[in-house]
Design a protein around this ligand. Sequence first.
Ligand code: CA
Length: 218
Amino acid sequence: MSRILIAEDESRISSFIDKGLSAAGFSTVIVESGTDALSHATSGRYDLIVLDIGLPGIDGYEVMRQVRAAGVTIPVIVLTARTSADDTLASLEGGANDYMPKPFRFDELLARVRLRLTDASTGVGSTLRVEGLELDLRTRRALVGDRQVELSAREFALAEELMRNPDRVLSREQLLSRVWGYDFDPGSNIVDVYVGYLRAKFGAEHIETVRGMGYRLR
Ligand code: CA
């Protein structure tokens, strides 16, 4: 049974996560301050951490920094403030493996928890490769052939979502919720705008528009 540390000071959120993870068969412990998060995270007793950024004591960024500095490599999924792209970027640069913008649906968190645990246990998943495209999830580097391209945090997250689902059509709504969270109007064209950015960097042929359905990487 995988053991998951939940570091979250809002009891409403921690108990929501705790109930769901317990029901899914995980063993969980909740801590409510950065100091407790740090001592638990470095104890070697956990397989994954769900880490809120806004924690009393020391904040989530500092917890993550110290956890990584201590050589702890277990996956960290950060809970970010819902509208802050800066939080997301800082989290990923600070060593988080993934992030969930608040508010989120539990099944989305569960999918990410399972994915990150699988990545960690198989040792794969740190690099995604599809048809001449390569994403290194640790260093956040993207390669097209052997040419490195610079991606913003959102572009990287969108590319990752597409590359995790090669040959599957992902709807705008799926991409919007997985990459941006729920803080955008479903009528927003932001997905199309970012697909355009990625096409410019990857080559237009890599991302196909499926009319009336969404986008597919090929
Ligand atoms: Ca908080």
